[in-house]
Ligand binder design. Structure first.
Ligand SMILES: Cc1cc2nc3c(=O)[nH]c(=O)nc-3n(C[C@H](O)[C@H](O)[C@H](O)COP(=O)(O)OP(=O)(O)OC[C@H]3O[C@@H](n4cnc5c(N)ncnc54)[C@H](O)[C@@H]3O)c2cc1C
Length: 598
């Protein structure tokens, strides 16, 4: 059976039955759209993913780009795929009409792009990075920069990069040391950037790097970092001319293999020109404004990778005969498909719960991004922004971390065959691992959640979340969802809130180290709770759907929802109690470890 990449029915269930995405059509910004244009774009991306991207996955994985005489050459397949991705309109799907976009809600664009990500996350990234770079110029750049660089990026004629990381400055962008020296209308850049995805290739006529650098004399730390447009080729009135951007190396990666990650050397010949974006020393706040969407996109990558793995293992489990039921060991009877073994169903249900719970979380975050920008009233926009800020580290890290577990289960279900490169689960496992590293590692997301997001504005974001969870509980009760599940979610919320207050008090009393010591455990328990909220919402929508009757096939889908909700709330959520105790008692085994004790 062909891998469906995502369950189409589930995407529509989440968008319209769980989240009522059609209500976005009432907002003036999306007034030119309709349910047909939403579904049309999703269908277009799904077809492109199935027909063009997925069939090339293995070839692209097996044959990474080459660096020859300072120029990176991408896989030949990409010369066919990239123009088609441009035709579909992926580069500017959610951007406004006046910059050449389709002005689709981020929620719809995310749902549509999930198919491409599932078919190959690295292929999608050529567009995703370009959108991110163009959006930075759109939000903060001058009209001149917009005309020269933003427009061709949104058209997909150029591609973009985010050039932040340096060999000594990865998680700690405060330590960026690339220099920018004023030289009239531009700056001369010098320094080195590493791991720059899409940093060079032969697929488009130009590449636009959005570079973090420090203007001469700027203060140390975050506040001295500025943002620059540094093109591979400068756009002049007479056409394109070379810039002093050299490729000093190609990183050999274990996943996302068709997307070149390069080491950039800026200004070796003293003539690497860059143009300041916005105000000096605002590089990090600008970057972070864009980071929310980028992090949701990484979360979507995590869900997409877990989804394609789940569907592969589901189909394998239905077709692989092995062994007999525990109640009947008669060797004369035929073997049964492994799907019939309880332990295989355990693995599949865990995958399903991670994939579809993660999908709910990611779409919920995208919906918050749409409402934060376009909701009708200021209080609604503020509420959505608070939720978005809170959910971003969770929507980024949950699919990455649990998606990796889910992809490992896909391999496990394939048994020994899964451990070979003849089958795809090992490739998806490699691809998935990146999501917990780039755009801020999981460790950094934990610190962000506990150190900033839940504590900001006197804990207002947690109050906003509580409002949402309470509404979900009421909806679940009205729909007739098992009362014990609603109680379990309410109880987990109360316990999370109490813990957060205690940890906040610990921090306010000066023990910041003690407060943050278990930030990874806090992130985990918070994520499990957030996904339980999502499962409660899905259970409510499933009950509502069952009450309406409908096709037997749809009944299976809805019953499956209830089983997965039960699994998450009854099997996973109770584990939070142990993590709460760990955080509350500040269990100090790792805090006490001295380097020499390891
Ligand atoms: C394939 C790939 C593509 C990439 N693409 C890009 C790109 O396009 N543009 C770009 O700019 N960068 C890119 N990166 C870089 C990526 O964002 C960094 O690798 C990432 O931010 C981590 O930085 P680092 O590798 O220096 O690890 P480090 O920062 O050295 O971290 C190592 C470990 O220490 C932990 N750690 C670090 N600091 C702390 C702290 N303060 N508290 C607790 N734990 C901490 C981390 O969580 C991690 O586990 C890419 C990386 C890869 C692998």
């Amino acid at each position: 059976m062909t891998n469906p990449l995502l369950n189409d029915r589930d995407v529509s269930f989440l968008l319209y039955d769980v989240f009522d995405a059609a209500s976005l059509l009432a907002l003036p910004h999306f007034a030119d759209h309709s349910r047909e244009t939403f579904d049309g774009y999703i269908g277009l991306c799904a077809r492109f993913a199935h027909e063009t991207v997925f069939p090339a996955f293995k070839a692209l994985d097996e044959e990474p780009p080459r660096l020859v005489d300072g120029q990176v050459f991408a896989h030949p397949c990409l010369h066919d795929i990239l123009p088609k991705m441009r035709e579909v309109g992926v580069f500017a799907a959610s951007r406004p009409f006046d910059v050449g976009g389709q002005q689709l809600p981020l929620t719809i664009a995310t749902a549509a792009h999930l198919y491409i990500m599932a078919a190959n996350p690295a292929v999608y990234s050529f567009a995703g990075l370009s959108t991110g770079a163009a959006h930075l110029i759109e939000a903060f750049g001058s009209d001149d920069l917009k005309a020269r660089y933003m427009t061709p990026l949104y058209e997909g004629r150029f591609t973009g990069t985010m050039a932040l990381t340096e060999p000594h400055a990865g998680s700690s962008l405060a330590d960026v040391s690339t220099r920018a020296t004023p030289a009239g209308d531009h700056f001369l850049l010098s320094g080195s950037k590493i791991f720059i995805s899409g940093g060079d290739h032969d697929l488009t006529e130009n590449i636009v790097h959005l570079v973090l650098a420090r203007i001469d004399g700027a203060s140390a730390g975050i506040k001295g970092v500025s943002l620059f447009v540094v093109p591979k080729r400068r756009v002049t009135d007479g056409g394109l001319e070379g810039n002093d951007v050299k490729i000093s190396g190609l990183v050999h990666k274990i996943g996302w293999r068709c997307l070149p990650a390069v080491i950039l050397s800026l200004g070796e010949a003293g003539d690497c020109r860059g143009w300041l974006v916005g105000e000096p020393h605002q590089g990090i706040p600008y970057m972070f404004q864009m980071m929310n969407e980028a992090r949701i996109s990484i979360g979507a990558d995590g869900v997409a990778g877990a989804s394609v793995g789940y569907h592969e293992s589901l189909s394998y489990a239905a077709s692989r005969p092995q062994g007999r039921p525990v109640t009947s060991k008669d060797p004369r009877l035929p073997q049964v498909p492994i799907l019939e073994h309880a332990d295989v169903r355990r693995m599949l249900l865990r995958q399903k719960a991670i994939v579809e719970g993660g999908l709910g979380l990611v779409l919920q975050a995208a919906l918050c991004a749409d409402r934060a920008r376009h909701a009708a009233t200021e209080p609604e926009r503020q509420h959505a922004q608070l939720l978005l800020d809170l959910l971003t580290p969770v929507a980024k890290s949950f699919p990455a971390e649990k998606g990796f577990e889910s992809n490992a289960l896909a391999l496990q279900i394939h048994g020994g065959y899964g451990y070979t490169s003849e089958y795809l689960p090992e490739a998806w496992l490699r691809d998935q691992k990146l999501n917990s590293i780039h755009e801020g590692t999981t460790g950094i997301q934990g610190l962000d959640l506990l150190g900033r997001k839940v504590m900001a504005k006197g804990g207002a974001a947690l109050v906003a979340l509580e409002t949402e969870v309470s509404a979900a509980c009421r909806r679940a009760e009205a729909a007739g969802v098992d009362a014990a599940w609603v109680i379990a979610v309410r109880h987990a919320g109360a316990s999370l809130n109490a813990l957060t207050r205690e940890l906040g008090a610990r921090g306010s009393a000066g023990d910041v180290e003690g407060m943050l010591c278990h930030s990874a455990d806090y992130l985990e328990l918070f994520s499990t709770y957030a996904v339980a909220w999502q499962w409660l919402l899905q259970a409510a929508a499933a009950k509502e759907g069952l009450a309406k009757g409908g096709e037997p096939r749809d009944h299976d889908h809805l019953e499956g929802k209830l089983a997965a909700a039960q699994y998450w709330i009854r099997t996973e959520l109770p584990k939070n109690a142990a993590l709460v105790t760990l955080c509350r008692e500040n269990e100090d085994s790792y805090a006490r470890m001295k380097p020499g004790w390891f």
